[in-house]
Design a protein around this ligand. Structure first.
Ligand code: HDD
Length: 679
């Protein structure tokens, strides 16, 4: 490993790494094994003997290999990296890892889908988890975020209900990884606080192009507390430096079959190639005195703080630069918890956050089999930890000595509590008064204004995608009553939206809605994200006899901008240019598909076959219909003309290679070209 990727966490993990290659096979007791092909039998055709301890150990271990998958976020993928703050945040927080711009804090990030099983596919319509563990000098800080800034419910007590409703229905365990079924939509109409989150779920945000091109949001309002004990409300954001981009639904569904590992492969491959994903950390800060200045309750997790009203201050950057060594040991066993905080970061009374503070430790107890999961290498803090907690399943620490209680005199009352000056965590002394009640504040009652704000902020293409998503999902719902209630409910978000859903489903459109919100928040639209070309994948369709000097020029031009071209042809092996240059074929029309690329460049060559032509036509046609940038030079141009592609937005043709390369790159930066006439 290069030195720049070495850090304190990596050094700690190194102690636990085992390299088996080249070693002798042993039992777990260290005994060398002389036979691993045949169990011990009474005679070559006789029964296996109980005495065969190696067989028993091997089989028993195998029989116990599985642990329960996470109750939500079961399918995930993770990477190591580091975080660096740009400037000291001392004014707001005493968190040590946010003070010194020269300090690199090791991080471990796990991305996930929420609903699907561990073995489901990456690209289903779903919320994505974005959980970061910062291994700070003051202990682990976990920012357990999602790629959407709001949530389905307002109170943690309803979490089992929303999860039961959105997971596959219990009587037949269908559908997998999808909200497109009766119980989810029944939950929505019966729990209208879910309106805003449902808008996000039906939007392009729910089908990201890549984990590397996805925003992250801490969702809740947290507190920053500084050295003087002064607090500010804070919301956390991750902003990917590549911008936030999405797939389209038809493509997402097809990828789910063609490459169920699409997102994990993308993350893994780019880290292996040195295209390290980067995310800037942003904070929105509100002064305590301004708590009631907004037309929503800042403790309500179904609300966001519009970035135009409360700007996002960018305070640092995280870079993911190392893949895991072992998915089970690291990705599967990592245990996140929003309650893992460090001095300077504290909670608020957000009732959803309060519920989470209980749930996460509890779930690790069953999932990781006992209270010592903090000792698993990936979960260990990089700073020392001392306390009087003892024993339990799988305990590894050997606490020396006879004292395991507080207070004591035998050890001078150690391990000793630390004062605030010594780095001790002190809960923020918020004044709280009230009766014990089971109720929700009236200030949480508006479920539609921000759902409308979200709708208003979408571009025309994004609105169309949202309408299509509702139509698809409700098209899968059987209950007529639930469907009609959804239409009526979303009339309160926007009448056009509800009417288009109703018309498609043959239902009655609502006559009026309650929303009169005209405000927009441009930051919510993906159209306003960063336009970048780095790491985009371009399929280059070639066959023998291709015009090599021109093609090599374009390939160089693409690569010099960080674009990743792949040669696609009929067979594996080499394609030979018109002057004898050979290019290695990366994939064939059988092993890949245009849905796995951001753009397609078609050249062909002088030696096309009937099959090549048919496969290439299928490939390019689909890219066109998915609004992707497509380009053609030489023989490829004829195809574009015959198929009436030319003249459409994002379709670049020409035989001036310099001009073509420039325009093609611009088309790639635009991501998709929605104004195209696709039938
Ligand atoms: Fe949660 C996992 C994010 C609400 C209870 N949650 C989990 C993970 C993420 C989130 C990213 C996966 C962590 C990993 O990769 O291991 N959860 C959120 C966000 C929420 C949220 C952003 C709302 C703002 N969650 C939420 C509530 C509860 C839970 C309200 C319960 C009261 N979440 C869990 C859990 C999980 C979990 C059951 C399952 C596996 C795990 O914790 O480790 O405890």
């Amino acid at each position: 490993m290069t030195n720049d990727r070495k850090n304190k966490k990596d050094e700690q993990l190194e102690i636990f790494r085992v390299h088996d290659k080249g070693e002798k096979l042993t039992t777990n007791q260290g005994l060398k094994v002389s036979e691993d092909e045949f169990s011990l039998k009474a005679g070559v055709r006789g029964p296996t003997l109980m005495e065969d301890f190696h067989f028993r150990e091997k089989m028993t271990h195998f029989d116990h290999e599985r642990i329960p998958e996470r109750v939500v976020h079961a399918r995930g993928y993770a990477a190591h990296g580091e975080f660096q703050v740009y400037e000291s945040m001392k004014q707001y927080t005493r968190a040590k890892f946010l003070q010194d711009p020269t300090v690199k804090t090791p991080v471990f990030v796990r991305f996930s889908t929420v609903v699907g099983n561990r073995g489901s596919s990456d690209t289903f319509r779903d919320v994505r988890g974005f959980a970061t563990k910062f291994y700070t000098e003051e202990g682990n800080y976990d920012l357990v975020a999602n790629n959407m800034p709001v949530f389905f419910i307002q109170d943690g007590i309803k979490f089992p209900d929303i999860v039961h409703a959105i997971k596959p229905e219990p009587h037949n365990e269908m559908p997998q990884a999808s909200s497109a079924h009766d119980t989810y939509w029944d939950f929505v109409v019966a729990n209208q606080e879910s309106a805003h989150m449902t808008m996000w779920l039906m939007s392009d945000r729910a089908i990201p192009r890549s984990f590397r091109m996805m925003e992250g949001f801490g969702v809740h309002t947290f507190r920053f507390v500084n050295d003087e004990g002064k607090a500010h409300f804070v919301k956390f954001h991750w902003k990917p430096t590549l911008g936030a981009h999405s797939l389209i639904w038809d493509e997402a569904q097809e990828i789910a079959g063609r490459d169920p590992d699409f997102h994990r492969r993308d993350l893994w491959e780019n880290i292996e190639r040195g295209n390290y994903p980067e995310y800037e950390l942003g904070v929105q800060i509100i002064e305590e005195k301004d708590e009631f200045k907004f037309d929503f309750d800042i403790l309500d997790s179904t609300k966001l703080w519009p970035e135009e009203d409360v700007p996002v201050k960018i305070i640092g950057k995280m870079t993911l630069n190392r893949n895991v060594d072992n998915v089970f040991a690291e990705t599967e066993q990592v245990a996140f918890h929003p309650g893992h905080v460090v001095p300077g970061i504290d909670f608020t009374n957000d009732p959803l956050l309060q519920g989470r503070l209980f749930s996460y430790t509890d779930t690790q107890l069953i999932r990781l089999g006992g209270p010592n999961f903090h000792e698993i290498p990936i979960n260990r803090p990089v700073c020392p930890f001392h306390n009087n907690q003892r024993d339990g399943y799988h305990r590894q620490t050997i606490n020396v000595g006879k004292v395991s209680y507080h207070k004591n005199t035998l050890w001078g009352n150690t391990p000793a509590e630390a004062s605030v000056a010594e780095g001790g965590f002190k809960h923020y002394e918020e004044k709280v008064e009230g009766r014990k009640v089971q109720a929700r504040s009236e200030s949480f009652a508006d479920h539609f204004s921000q759902a409308t704000l979200f709708w208003n902020s979408m571009s025309d293409a994004e609105k169309k995608h949202i309408i299509n998503a509702f139509q698809f999902e409700l098209g899968k719902v059987h209950s007529e009553s639930v469907k009609q209630q959804v239409v009526d409910m979303f009339g309160n978000v926007n009448l056009q939206l509800a009417t288009e859903i109703a018309t498609y489903l043959g239902l009655t459109p609502p006559k009026s809605g309650i929303s009169n919100i005209t405000k927009t928040s441009p930051a919510l639209s993906l159209e306003n994200t960063k336009k970048t070309v780095e790491t985009r994948k371009v399929a280059v369709i070639l066959t023998d006899g291709f015009p090599e000097s021109d093609v090599l020029f374009v390939l160089d031009a693409l690569k010099s901008s960080g674009i990743q071209p792949e040669i696609i042809s009929e067979n594996f092996g080499k394609v030979v240019g018109n002057k004898g240059t050979e290019l290695e074929v990366d994939n064939t029309f059988e092993t890949t598909n245009s849905v796995l690329f951001d753009a397609v460049y078609m050249i062909n060559g002088s030696k096309t076959s009937k099959k090549f032509n048919k496969d290439a036509a299928y490939f390019i046609d689909k890219a066109f219909s998915h609004y992707k940038p497509i380009g053609a030079t030489h023989e490829g141009i004829k195809w574009f003309e015959v198929n009436h592609f030319v003249g459409n937005p994002g379709v670049v043709v020409g035989n001036d290679m310099r001009k073509f390369s420039k325009e093609f790159k611009e088309a790639i930066a635009a991501h998709r070209h929605w104004n195209r006439s696709v039938v």
